[in-house]
Design a protein around this ligand. Structure first.
Ligand SMILES: [Zn+2]
Length: 252
């Protein structure tokens, strides 16, 4: 638990602009879309919560769609625990709202023909339901698929359980797994020794794709409302700023 405590998600240690100044000087290399995904490959995004598909890889989704690639989004939980103690939402009501926000966000990206698979595992308890997730993934995956999920050391228990399960499913089906840091940017320091920077790669996004990503994140209204929780919006200013970056980052 020591490492988990060190990686505790709280207010960001480094603001988005400081990351932007540091990353070009870091060991993080650029890679291209074609080195990750060819048009004939199916991209399967495994999102622990609605909005992770946008934060992790909205740009990649847009670019893969543009090259004619097939996309599936596996929505693992409905994110109903984001306001658990606020009294602002009933969990069942929020689950429906957040699923609609996921659909709306993907529509903002122009991904109308994609497949969305909704698992509705309990938010905050994926670790206890890994078998169900693994079974769903094993049923769905094909060997040539590329799977993107959150990073296995991201600092959020659901993100880590999803990645660990995706890793098992991908290994058994022979799929390539790519992991995206989402909460890492919140807890890590510049050059943080807990992060394997040499395994992190960035994919550049054009301006139009960045604009679509920002619009897609804006569809997640329940997460952006500062008055809906005592601690303010789930997606705070730092996260929103990072969604405007012109690169996306993946552990390969
Ligand atoms: Zn999440």
């Amino acid at each position: 638990m020591g490492v988990v405590t060190e990686r505790l998600i709280s207010s960001p240690k480094v603001d988005a602009s400081a990351w932007q100044r540091w990353l070009p000087l870091s060991p993080v290399d650029n890679c291209t879309l074609s080195s990750l995904l060819s048009p004939g490959m199916r991209l399967v995004v495994v999102a622990p919560h609605p909005d992770d598909e946008i934060l992790a890889c909205a740009g990649l989704l847009v670019m893969h769609q543009a090259q004619g690639g097939e996309i599936v989004v596996l929505s693992v939980t409905d994110g109903e625990a984001s306001h658990v103690s606020s009294g602002y939402w009933q969990a069942s009501e929020l689950a429906e709202v957040r699923h609609l926000e996921l659909v709306a966000g993907l529509n903002q990206l122009g991904l109308y023909g994609m497949t969305i698979v909704r698992l509705s595992l309990p938010d905050g308890a994926i670790q206890q339901h890994c078998a169900s997730l693994e079974q769903a993934m094993t049923h769905m995956l094909r060997p040539a698929d590329v799977v993107i999920t959150t990073w296995r050391l991201d600092g959020h228990p659901d993100h880590e359980a999803t990645a660990a399960t995706a890793s098992k499913a991908c290994m058994s089906k022979g799929c390539r797994l790519v992991e995206a840091p989402v909460w890492m940017w919140h807890w890590a320091k510049l050059d943080d020794p807990l992060v394997p920077w040499h395994r992190l790669f960035s994919v550049p996004l054009n301006a139009q794709t960045v604009d679509l990503k920002k619009l897609a994140l804006a569809a997640h209204l329940s997460q952006l409302d500062p008055l809906s929780r005592p601690g303010g919006a789930v997606l705070d200013a730092a996260i929103v700023a990072r969604a405007g970056w012109d690169h996306e980052y993946f552990f390969l």
